[in-house]
Every structure is written in C-alpha cells, then in structure tokens.
Design a protein around this ligand. Structure first.
Ligand SMILES: *[C@@H]1O[C@H](CO)[C@@H](O)[C@H](O)[C@H]1NC(C)=O
Ligand SMILES: *[C@@H]1O[C@H](CO)[C@@H](O)[C@H](O)[C@H]1NC(C)=O
Ligand SMILES: *[C@@H]1O[C@H](CO)[C@@H](O)[C@H](O)[C@H]1NC(C)=O
Ligand SMILES: *[C@@H]1O[C@H](CO)[C@@H](O)[C@H](O)[C@H]1NC(C)=O
Ligand SMILES: *[C@@H]1O[C@H](CO)[C@@H](O)[C@H](O)[C@H]1NC(C)=O
Ligand SMILES: *[C@@H]1O[C@H](CO)[C@@H](O)[C@H](O)[C@H]1NC(C)=O
Ligand SMILES: *[C@@H]1O[C@H](CO)[C@@H](O)[C@H](O)[C@H]1NC(C)=O
Length: 366
C-alpha cells in the first residue's frame, strides 16, 4: 500500500518534471527582476564527437553518450528524457544542427531556442513519422492559438543526418532544411509582434517520451501514440551544432518587464562562453615538459637529482635505523623468549610441584 503510493508519487513527479522541463524557467523577466542572461557573443561550431565542456553544454537531465557519429540521446527506460542545454544565450542569430531523429511512436526529438520569458523557436520530430519535421514557435509561452505549427517533409529523417537551420532576426524567423527555406515567420504575423520570439534564448537539445501513458491524451495523440518502452531504446543523434550570435558582448540585461527586444541591453565584454572556447586545451605531461626552456629543464634535473639524493639518504637512514631496530628487537625478543620460557618452565614444573613452589618460582622470575 505505502510502497505503491510512493511509487506512484515518484512516477507523477517524474512525469511532471519531464513535461515541465520543456517550459520551465527559473526567473521570468516579465514578472521579476532577473539576472542578466550570459551571452555567446560569437559564431562557433561544436562537433559532438567527444564529451563537451559542461560550462558550455549543461546536461540538465539524464546522460548523453558521444562517439564519432555525434551526441546520442537515448530513451532506454520509462520516463528518461536526456537533455542538453547551452549555458549561453543568443540575441538573434543562427542555430544549425545536423540531426538524426529518433523513430518510434510517442518519442519526440527536439532542438529548441528558448528564452527566460518563454519565447521559443522549435524543431520537433515526432517519432511515428520519419518523413517529417515540425516547426513551431511561442511568444511569451502563449499556446492559446493553433496556427503556429508547420509541417515539413524530410526523407529518412531517422537514418540520415539533415541540416536543420534556424535563422532568427528581429524582423523574421526562417526554418531551413538542407539549404532550402521551408518556412518564414514575420514579426507582424505573430499577433503584431506581441507573440514574436524576441528575447535572448539558449539552445536546448533533447528527446522525451511525450507519448508516455502518464501524459494527457492530447499530448499522446500529438506524439503519434503511446510509447512502447520494450521496443526501445530510442535514439536521437546530433552530429554538430553551429551557433552564431548576432550580438557580441558578455551578457544580456532585461531593461524592463516588457519582454520586447528593444528592452534588452547588451553588456560589453568577453562572454564566459568565448573564454571557455578559447581556453587552451588541457596539456599532457610530455607537452608541458617540452614547453619548459632548457635552463628550466636543467633546474628540474638538478631539483630531481637533489630530491633523488635526499631520497637515497633517507632510504639509507631508514635502513640503518631498521637494522638497529632489528637488533634491538632481536635482543628484546631474546629476553622475552627467555622470560616466557622460564615462566613456562616454572608452570610446567609447578604443575607437578606444590602450590607453594609454583608461586615462589613464579615470583622469583618476576
Ligand atoms: C508572468 O506575467 C504574465 C503576464 O505579464 C502572466 O501571464 C504569467 O502567468 C506570469 N508568470 C508567472 C510565472 O508568474
Ligand atoms: C561561422 O562559423 C562557421 C564555421 O563554424 C563558418 O563556416 C562561417 O563562415 C562563420 N560565419 C561567420 C559569419 O563568421
Ligand atoms: C572531433 O572532431 C574534431 C573536428 O572535426 C576533430 O578535430 C577532433 O579530433 C575529433 N575528436 C575525436 C575524439 O574524434
Ligand atoms: C546545469 O543544470 C543543472 C540541472 O538543471 C542546474 O542545477 C545547474 O545549475 C546548471 N548549471 C549551469 C552552469 O547552468
Ligand atoms: C546548413 O544550412 C544553412 C542554411 O541553409 C547553411 O547556411 C549552412 O551552410 C548549411 N551547412 C552546411 C554544412 O551545409
Ligand atoms: C501593430 O503595432 C503597431 C505598432 O507597434 C501599431 O501601430 C498597429 O496599430 C498594430 N496593429 C494592430 C493590428 O494591432
Ligand atoms: C577580451 O579578450 C581580449 C583577448 O581575448 C582582451 O584583449 C580584452 O581585454 C578582453 N576584454 C575584456 C573587457 O575583458
């Protein structure tokens, strides 16, 4: 009874977490005074063939595996939803990802640009249809209209990488597939701009079981049916991601609670992301050694020799001490042996002697 209740609670929490992960924001600048959003401030391509710098790509849920092909986002068990999120934000720009969607009813792969006030530009692949990708957008999290989604044909989206590129400016947003423009949204088209995505956004790449039996009927239907976990694992692969921030700077400040692009202040400076990107890679020991100038190397040799000599001296010292100790222990050992032998002798002889003799003998040895 209690354990099944706990299980259900855990399940419910997991479901809530996985669904709200898509729209969660720590601090909504529309309602609160929020810290500035760290910027990217440059144009950079990440090849996901190896573990990424977690100061740039934060894995917010689950685990991600990397190999020569790219980042693998895998659903192998109920309610898994691995997600990576850029710590940087762009204030208009380009996001180019090369993706193989995960096939399978109920499984949704996504590449999303999202801001703290819930502006959002999406690519979404619904696993039941491997010949299509959906485009979508939200302004200020408003999902009250049903005219936002777009549907675009792509061949073999689950077995071939395709180039999905978002080109985002204050005037319009474009969705490109393999160099073909498939959709344009202008500022005015989004309720005269009031629902146009226009605030600094980060990049979120994820896979989630939208068709989990715990989700609401509408979501399951949109996801192409219920997830069959036994038929998994389901894998989305992302080969690379190029992000070009159209502003350069350190961070983006929210000037007021309007949520308009005009209210955003670009703060000058080098972004943390740029510093991380330009950070020299961790050097191996031999590389570090090669870099030391010859004078320094002599110093190291002399130092090493000194340390070596000291170690040898210490070693000798300990050996001598050990030997002395050994002799001492041996002497002590002999003494002890003699004592014990005497006691035993006494005991053994006492065993056959009178009580008085035993005690007397014992006390004598003592
Ligand atoms: C923030 O304010 C908007 C209106 O400006 C409102 O619709 C929304 O529910 C509020 N969100 C939160 C998290 O308070
Ligand atoms: C951005 O970087 C890509 C390589 O990552 C390069 O091909 C492209 O020309 C760059 N674009 C600009 C405008 O610098
Ligand atoms: C990953 O790809 C980059 C660029 O193509 C290359 O320089 C690097 O050596 C690759 N790393 C691994 C581990 O294959
Ligand atoms: C990374 O994500 C975790 C989980 O959402 C969060 O607690 C943490 O603050 C994030 N780290 C950064 C540097 O954004
Ligand atoms: C991906 O598509 C975008 C938009 O068409 C284009 O600018 C970019 O060069 C393409 N990338 C590659 C590697 O072809
Ligand atoms: C759209 O916004 C502009 C200025 O922001 C305003 O002049 C115009 O009347 C608005 N149009 C509609 C249909 O609301
Ligand atoms: C930004 O970095 C460059 C070198 O990468 C440096 O010369 C410059 O002083 C830095 N600017 C700030 C504001 O720290």
């Amino acid at each position: 009874m209690t354990s099944s209740f706990l299980y259900l609670s855990a399940l419910l929490l997991a479901i809530i977490a996985s669904v709200s992960a898509q729209t969660f924001t720590d601090c909504n600048p529309l309602n609160k005074t929020c810290p500035a959003a760290p910027a990217l401030g440059t144009n950079h391509t990440w090849v996901f063939n190896q573990t990424q710098d977690d100061k740039i790509w934060n894995i917010t849920t689950g685990e991600i595996q990397y190999d020569d092909e790219g980042a693998h986002l895998v659903i192998a068990e109920k309610l898994q939803s691995p997600t990576m999120q850029s710590t940087f934000h762009i204030f208009f720009g380009i996001v180019e990802t090369h993706v193989k969607m995960a096939a399978g009813a109920g499984i949704v792969s996504s590449v999303v640009l999202q801001s703290a006030d819930l502006d959002e530009i999406d690519w979404e692949w619904v696993g039941s249809n491997t010949g299509e990708v959906q485009s979508n957008y939200y302004g200020k999290g408003d999902d009250s209209t049903y005219d936002r989604g777009g549907y675009h044909a792509v061949a073999n989206a689950d077995t071939e990488f395709h180039n999905y590129t978002t080109h985002w400016t204050a005037e319009k947003t474009e969705w490109w597939i393999d160099n073909n423009l498939v959709r344009t949204l202008t500022f005015d088209e989004a309720q005269n701009g009031t629902r146009y995505p226009q605030t600094p956004s980060n990049v979120r790449i994820g896979i989630w079981p939208a068709g989990d039996s715990g989700n609401n009927h509408g979501t399951i239907e949109w996801a192409g049916g219920e997830v069959d976990y036994d038929a998994g694992p389901y894998t989305m692969v992302v080969q690379s991601c190029r992000v070009h921030d159209f502003h350069t700077g350190k961070e983006y400040e929210y000037g007021d609670h309007s949520g308009t692009w005009e209210s955003i202040n670009v703060v000058d400076g080098n972004s943390t992301a740029v510093e991380e990107i330009n950070k020299p890679p961790e050097k191996s020991l031999s590389e570090k050694w090669d870099e030391i100038p010859n004078g320094g190397k002599i110093g190291v040799y002399v130092g090493a020799a000194a340390v070596g000599a000291m170690l040898i001296a210490l070693f000798i010292f300990f050996c001598i001490r050990k030997r002395r100790q050994g002799r001492l222990e041996h002497a002590l050992g002999d003494a002890q042996y003699n004592t014990e032998r005497t006691e035993m002798n006494n005991f053994q002889s006492d065993w056959k002697q009178s009580e008085w003799n035993h005690k007397g003998g014992y006390q004598q040895v003592r």
